[in-house]
Design a binder for this molecule. Structure first.
Ligand SMILES: N[C@@H](CCC(=O)N[C@@H](CS)C(=O)NCC(=O)O)C(=O)O
Length: 242
């Protein structure tokens, strides 16, 4: 069989930012090579990431994963990868206004992802979680009380009567929002329970996407959320939402 046209390179043990890319392929039945999840002898493993981020491969060097290889391009930055893939996979709005809006939402989802990461790593990524604990509790409480409901209400208000974030069909932004909602529900179950009544359209969108992705979500390709990814279920960081 010919090699797939698309190669994703991402940390093999966690969903992280790579999952936002993976969902585009999985939702559209697009073949892709998940390179770092292949054996090292076949060019996979963490070594695949390092080959690119350490500049051992010709072309522009990405700073971090996720990385997409497509044709002769090496593309990094999660929202940038999504905006490259969406029109090619039938997941982009048809008009330019819609595409700009979808991209804006995607970048905003990236902002939320950064904030969620900082709830458990407020001092930066150079320390183990235990070193963050005191600051993480303060940061997570702030996120729960002042940010989480606000973020979710923002996306809720963007969902139109058709039930999608942009226009009248499913776009890449919806798939990424699904992942965000799932991640928040996993990481902050208590806070999420407080907020869910405010966001019925978000929950309906989440369920619709889950249905579309049912085969993938039940497959071993979908890694479970874990404490290495962006969304981590530390009970000491959960609590009431504001
Ligand atoms: N803004 C970038 C962030 C990329 C990023 O931080 N990737 C993490 C994994 S999710 C990483 O590999 N970090 C390694 C590093 O920063 O050295 C994006 O959205 O892709």
């Amino acid at each position: 069989m010919a090699d797939p046209a698309f190669t994703l390179i991402y940390w093999p043990m966690l969903q992280g930012r790579g999952e936002f890319v993976r969902l585009l392929f999985e939702a559209t039945g697009t073949a892709y090579l998940d390179l770092a999840r292949q054996p090292v002898e076949q060019g996979g493993g963490v070594e695949a990431i390092l080959r690119y981020t350490q500049g051992h491969v010709p072309g522009p060097t990405p700073f971090a994963a996720p990385i997409l290889l497509h044709e002769r391009r090496v593309i990094a930055q999660m929202p940038n990868i999504v905006s490259h893939l969406a029109p090619r996979l039938g997941l982009a709005p048809k008009d330019e206004t819609g595409r700009v809006w979808a991209n804006q939402l995607q970048l905003t989802i990236g902002d939320v992802v950064d904030e969620v990461h900082d709830t458990h790593h407020p001092l930066g990524s150079g320390f183990v979680y235990e070193d963050h604990l005191q600051a993480a509790k303060i940061r997570a409480q702030f996120f729960r009380e002042h940010r989480m409901r606000r973020w979710l209400r923002y996306f809720e208000a963007a969902i139109g009567d058709a039930g999608w974030l942009v226009g009248d069909g499913c776009t890449s932004a919806d798939l990424s929002y699904f992942q965000l909602v799932e991640g928040l529900a996993f990481a902050f179950p208590r806070a999420f329970a407080d907020v869910r009544g405010d966001v019925p359209r978000s929950l309906a969108l989440r369920d619709r996407i889950a249905e579309r992705l049912a085969d993938y979500l039940a497959s071993p390709r979908r890694l479970p959320f874990n404490r290495q990814g962006i969304f981590r279920d530390y009970p000491e960081l959960d609590g009431p939402a504001g």
